[in-house]
Design a protein around this ligand. Sequence first.
Ligand SMILES: [Mg+2]
Length: 287
Amino acid sequence: MTNIVNLHLKTNAQTKKKTRPNEMKKKNLILGAVTGDIIGSVYEWNNVKTTDFPLFGEATDFTDDSVLTFATMDGILHKKSYVKVYQGYAQAYPDRGYGGNFADWIYDEDPEPYHSWGNGSAMRVSPVGWAYGTLDEVLKQAKRSAQVTHNHPEGIKGAQATAAAVFMARTGKSKAEIKEFITVMFGYNLDRRLDEIRPGYKFNESCQGTVPEAITAFLESNDFESAIRLAISLGGDSDTLACITGGIAEAFYQEIPEYIIENVLRLLPTEIINLIGEFSEKYKKVK
Ligand SMILES: [Mg+2]
């Protein structure tokens, strides 16, 4: 295994003195979903069925999952409509792997929802789980973010389950409580082990074929990095799986390793880091 991470670790150690003043701020950035997308980006079309793979390589970059997560943050922060931010960000960051129907919707002058059950509604929703104060409000707002495009019941459900898991994780609920709530409320089967799912799991762009698996990866993890590795080890739509898992895992463990944060920030435009900073400052309540 190419250990690119270790190379970066060395660099970080060497420059530690210089970066020190920003450390606290970096640690407080909400980056879980974006990190999952970035690490998974090179594995979507080149699946690995193992947890043993390099986290960052030459081709690693952010994709549609991240762009639309930024858009959700902006929409919440600045009270912009979801139609406006999803179209605006996708136009500003084109060619990031947008799905077929969404790719047309981006440029539609009179955009209507298209009854999608795709996992796009779940991959972009994690900021909702941070920004609202009650589970009811989180469910309501997750539906709002989904239904501008994904107004199929499964599309709305995928967004709500993801946002609810983020909310419960960040407010101190246990894995058992999160599992119970998601199972009862949404009817997802979270009893399968990843080892059972992995052998037969193929590319699946639906919410119902992505969100339960992503939540299961979180449930089996023991820290942020293992959650991302487990999600990607399933194969399938790797960046979206890891994006959904990453958003929940960050909220639960409240910590992303520093070398991962450094590598992620290297790939993000300055205006995006500023947006995430503004969102995190307002909504990340550190325990
Ligand atoms: Mg993607």
